[in-house]
Design a protein around this ligand. Structure first.
Ligand code: SAH
Length: 261
């Protein structure tokens, strides 16, 4: 990455009220807001982290978005998995450089982007997505952050009907009926491989856990991740009044080799 901001790059513009705007820099371009105009040329060639003023004197701080910030700002088709869950998912599913991963569905591609960043040059993701519009949306979002990436292959198909890949290291699921995938996953993963499922309701989790119980998967675990921000200003040091109280439950299991008689 070039140290200085380049034309074609995305930046986050943050105003005095901490409102965020995701903007792609273009030579000769301008950012218009109720607080005045910012010329892109005043940003191109400069360091990120600078503060600049609009034609009306309003301050904006300029930084490159982190992956977490990009995910919160990027165009969404389906609901994305939030950064607070994506971090733990990468550790719980033990996503390592070089891993061969299957992900389904792709939705807006938030998890896909994070996976590709973690997988190194030899890793790969095959994505099964049932809707062609989401398959396209996910690929666009991945490409907007990482550029064209040959490590990602997307197939428009229903994972409940089966999985063609074999010897996969990891399978990550964000879809409504993951129990339908368990028998396919047991054939597609290598022994010791990990299945991870993100589910919004606990009844879905219970059904998945029952199915896993009757399969060659073992070591099943389910957690939820609670993330509470704090307000820190002078003497006022306390938890934020509001929090995202629920997103989804994370369930993992490992494919084990049945004991021979
Ligand atoms: N994890 C994604 C969001 C996924 S939303 C992200 O972080 O952006 C769930 C996706 O699963 C939707 O795009 C939906 O179309 C897809 N889906 C649902 N059932 C499916 C199935 N049987 N096979 C493949 N994809 C499926």
């Amino acid at each position: 990455m070039n140290r200085y901001l380049q034309s074609g790059e995305r930046v986050l513009l943050i105003d005095a009220k901490k409102r965020r705007h995701l903007v792609t820099l273009v030579a000769g371009g301008a950012f218009h807001s109720h607080a005045g105009i910012l010329s892109h040329d005043d940003l191109i060639g400069r360091d990120e982290g600078i503060t600049v003023r609009t034609t009306m004197g309003q301050r904006f701080t300029v930084v490159r978005p982190t992956l977490g910030e990009y995910i919160l700002e990027m165009p969404r088709g389906a609901q994305v998995i939030y950064p607070k869950d994506i971090g733990p998912i990468l550790i719980l599913a033990d996503v390592f450089p070089g891993a061969q991963v299957l992900e389904s569905g792709l939705g807006s591609g938030a998890l896909t982007t994070a996976l590709l960043r973690a997988l190194g040059p030899d890793g790969s993701v095959v994505g099964y997505e049932i809707r062609d519009d989401f398959a396209l949306r996910a690929q666009r979002n991945v490409e907007a952050y990482l550029g064209p990436d040959p490590r990602l292959r997307v197939e428009v198909r229903d994972i409940y009907q089966g999985i063609d890949e074999t010897d996969l290291d990891r399978i990550l699921l964000d879809l409504p009926e993951p129990w339908q995938v368990v028998p396919h996953a047991a054939n597609a993963l290598r022994p010791g491989g990990i299945l991870l499922s993100y589910l919004p309701t606990i009844l879905q989790v219970a059904r998945l856990r029952e199915t896993l119980e009757q399969s060659n998967f073992g070591m099943a675990e389910t957690i939820e991740v609670l993330h509470r921000g704090w307000h820190i200003e002078g003497q006022s040091v306390r938890p934020d009044h509001r929090m995202v109280a629920h997103t989804g439950f994370l369930t993992t299991a490992r494919l084990l080799v049945p004991e021979s008689e």
